[in-house]
Design a protein around this ligand. Structure first.
Ligand code: RB5
Length: 145
């Protein structure tokens, strides 16, 4: 699995923690910034990650901002992206099993690094169930046409 990760200035710390987790899990990843601690615009970081997941260069993406909301809204504008904003373990598992989410968004001003790492771990290691969910995911993509 190859993961693309990015954050704005509001998500730098959790991004660094998750990079450590990805190393621990032996998951290949690339960091798409941001580099700075000054204020940046989250769509500038959501877009490259979403495009690279949508075009198959990367299998999954992880985006962090202050709330996770801006990143998830921006990522979901890209065709083929199913970005889930997650702040609890139940949803982390369910969105992989049911929605086959391909990007995880979280907010560093909402949850701490401990929970963020647990969420990322569950999300990265849970498989899509397919079956009855496949038709529903298909219907999401039909909306894009
Ligand atoms: C930046 O101040 C903040 O708006 C951003 O990190 C995010 O929370 C947007 O949804």
């Amino acid at each position: 699995m190859k993961v693309a990760i990015a954050s704005d200035h509001g998500g730098i710390n959790i991004r660094e923690e998750i990079k450590g987790l990805l190393k621990e899990l032996n998951i290949e990843f690339e960091d798409f910034g941001c580099e700075c601690e000054t204020s940046v615009d989250y769509p500038d970081y959501a877009l490259p990650v979403a495009e690279k997941v949508a075009n198959g260069e990367f299998d999954r993406g992880i985006l962090i901002c202050g709330t996770g909301i801006g990143m998830s809204i921006a990522a979901n504008k890209v065709k083929g992206i199913r970005c889930a904003l997650v702040h609890d373990l139940f949803s982390a598992k369910a969105t992989r099993e049911h929605n086959d989410s391909n990007i995880l968004a979280m907010g560093e001003r909402v949850i701490g690094p401990g929970l963020a790492l647990e969420i990322a771990k569950v999300w990265l290691t849970t498989d899509y169930e397919g079956g009855r969910h496949a038709n529903r995911v298909q219907k999401i993509h039909a909306i894009e046409k």
